[in-house]
Ligand binder design. Structure first.
Ligand SMILES: [Zn+2]
Length: 538
């Protein structure tokens, strides 16, 4: 992106709008917003458009609610500029499907065949046995799973939350994520979103040590250069086990047990057995030790200084799957120690435990984990709605929160507001949720669609090794960029962007991992949000 490039003064969802939902655009010039249909007839007119200062972008901007439009193409005109939008019955199913398929493109240990992958095919990668870091003579076969992000590492905690987002998307927004997406398992009787999640879960099972603990990650000692995965032949290592990885896997496997129980009871039994063994290891090893990279290891650390949120989530899911009250008691204990109930990322998974209490256990969770938790949760959601209201673009992220992977927080906050609506029936945060989804798809200070393969101005140069090394101009489709990051940028980014405001602290450049990397666990909350809207459009 050329920083001084003049961007259009009308910002839109570049993938279109739904005919059953209000249409919002952002206008950076004031006056009257006219809406013309395909025949040039004026169909709506909004007077008094008055842009106001937005702190995160330092733009003057006004969100305009055009209301409901019928299917068709429209021309918007405001302040002497025009921009075309399209309104469709169901504009976002294709985006949601692509975000799910994006995970297929991250598959490791198998060939991506042309039949499924189109131009983005490659031979099987990372199929050599892995060595145990602590005893390098021990070799184990741990193939499968998804490449985590722009690199080729595979990490248990991040993988567990990604699969959990997908399972909950299927449980709570089913109609928006039950399409076939042309993966090898399509048509096997199971929904593809669960087929895709299972590819990761099968690998997670291989990451469990005999005593029940989970290895923290399977990576090399260093990141590979920008080469294709099949050319990355450096030795992979099973890094030491960790509490956070074990507890996150324990939670996910207990959740997955319920998701796959009817599809494949034998597989589901394996999942719950592995979950219980992980819980037993956690019980027997209560002294929490945060993971840090062993000396000489430079790949992603995913070091997490707190395991209470993982233990809370695991206790909730185990109670939901086994009914054993000891897990309920444990969950109550972790809740009483204080949790961030609207966080769903790899470092804080409290929100996933909250979802289990509020949508799975419900009254069975009891007074503390249902009534009290619900009150706290809904209050936090209202506060998220207020953050969106105070932003010029309607973005539910405070100006000082644009850090690495800001898209996670924006999509996570959208998830919270969706869950609020499902929980209370109150639709007053719906427009705020829409604005987070539109943010991802182009209605933002950068006029950029953050999902590859979509929109007039999509990200093109994501930090993603296959996209950088495959010789194809277009990036691998269906991957979401982390987006602006003013608070932990690389020094070279700071040198380039200096005082650029937070919501514009972004470089669409391959080497900008700090602003333009992709990650499996950024795709997955976007899948949840997309599935919610795709379901609404049915
Ligand atoms: Zn691989």
């Amino acid at each position: 992106m050329i920083m001084n490039e003049k961007l259009p003064s009308i910002r839109i969802d570049q993938t279109g709008y739904a005919s059953g939902l209000p249409v919002h655009v952002a206008a950076l010039k004031g006056g009257t917003l006219n809406v013309f249909d395909a025949e040039g007839k004026l169909v709506k007119k909004i007077d008094g458009v008055t842009p106001v200062f937005d702190q995160a972008s330092e733009d003057k901007v006004c969100i305009c609610d055009i209301g409901i439009l019928y299917e068709g193409d429209y021309m918007l005109e405001c302040g002497g500029e025009t921009r075309k939008i399209s309104v469709k019955k169901d504009p976002w199913q294709s985006v949601t499907n692509a975000l799910i398929k994006g995970l297929y493109f991250q598959r490791c240990g198998c060939e991506l065949k042309e039949k499924y992958a189109g131009r983005f095919t490659h031979p099987a990668c990372h199929i050599a046995p892995a060595a145990l870091w602590e005893d390098k003579n021990v070799k184990l076969t741990v193939t499968g799973g998804w490449h985590d992000a722009g690199d080729y590492g595979k990490y248990v905690g991040p993988g567990a939350v990604t699969a959990a987002h997908m399972i909950y998307a299927y449980m709570l927004c089913r109609k928006g994520c039950e399409d076939r997406i042309n993966i090898p398992e399509s048509g096997n009787g199971a929904p593809d979103i669960l087929n895709e999640a299972r590819y990761e879960i099968e690998w997670l099972l291989k990451m469990q040590r005999e005593d029940g603990a989970f290895y923290h990650k399977l990576t090399k000692a260093q990141f590979a250069p920008f080469i294709m995965p099949q050319d990355d032949l450096m030795q992979e290592y099973l890094m030491p086990v960790s509490h956070c990885a074990t507890a996150a896997a324990c939670a996910l496997l207990a959740l997955a047990y319920r998701a796959y129980a009817k599809i494949d009871p034998v597989f589901a039994f394996k999942l719950i057995s592995a979950s219980v063994r992980a819980a037993e290891w956690l019980d027997a090893n209560p002294g929490f030790v945060p993971f840090s990279n062993p000396e000489g290891v430079r790949t992603g650390q995913y070091g997490d200084g707190n395991v209470n949120d993982e233990l809370f989530w695991a206790s909730c899911e185990l109670f939901a799957s086994t009914g054993e009250t000891k897990y309920l008691k444990a969950a109550e204990k972790y809740y009483s120690q204080g949790l961030n109930l609207t966080e769903y990322g790899w470092s804080d998974v409290s929100g996933l435990g909250a979802v289990c209490c509020l949508f799975v256990l419900k009254e069975k969770a009891g007074e503390i984990l249902y009534d009290r938790l619900k009150e706290e949760y809904t209050e936090k959601c209202r506060r998220i709605g207020a953050i969106s209201k105070s932003s010029g673009y309607g973005t539910a992220l405070a100006p000082d929160k644009y850090s690495w992977g800001s898209i996670l927080h924006i999509m996570g906050n959208a998830m919270s507001m969706i869950l609020y609506e499902m929980l209370t029936g109150d639709t007053s945060l719906r427009n705020a949720v829409l604005l987070q989804w539109h943010y991802a798809l182009g209605l933002n200070a950068l006029d950029t669609c953050f999902v590859t393969g979509f929109g007039e101005r999509p990200v093109m140069n994501i930090h993603h090794r296959p996209s950088g090394a495959d010789g194809i101009t277009d990036p691998v489709p269906g991957l979401i960029s982390g987006g602006p990051n003013k608070y932990h940028p690389y020094p070279q980014t700071r040198e380039r962007l200096a005082d650029t405001p937070p919501a514009k602290y972004f470089l669409d450049e391959t080497m900008s991992a700090d602003t333009n990397e992709i990650a499996i666990y950024w795709n997955s909350p976007a899948i949840f949000v997309g599935a919610f809207f795709a379901a609404l459009c049915k």
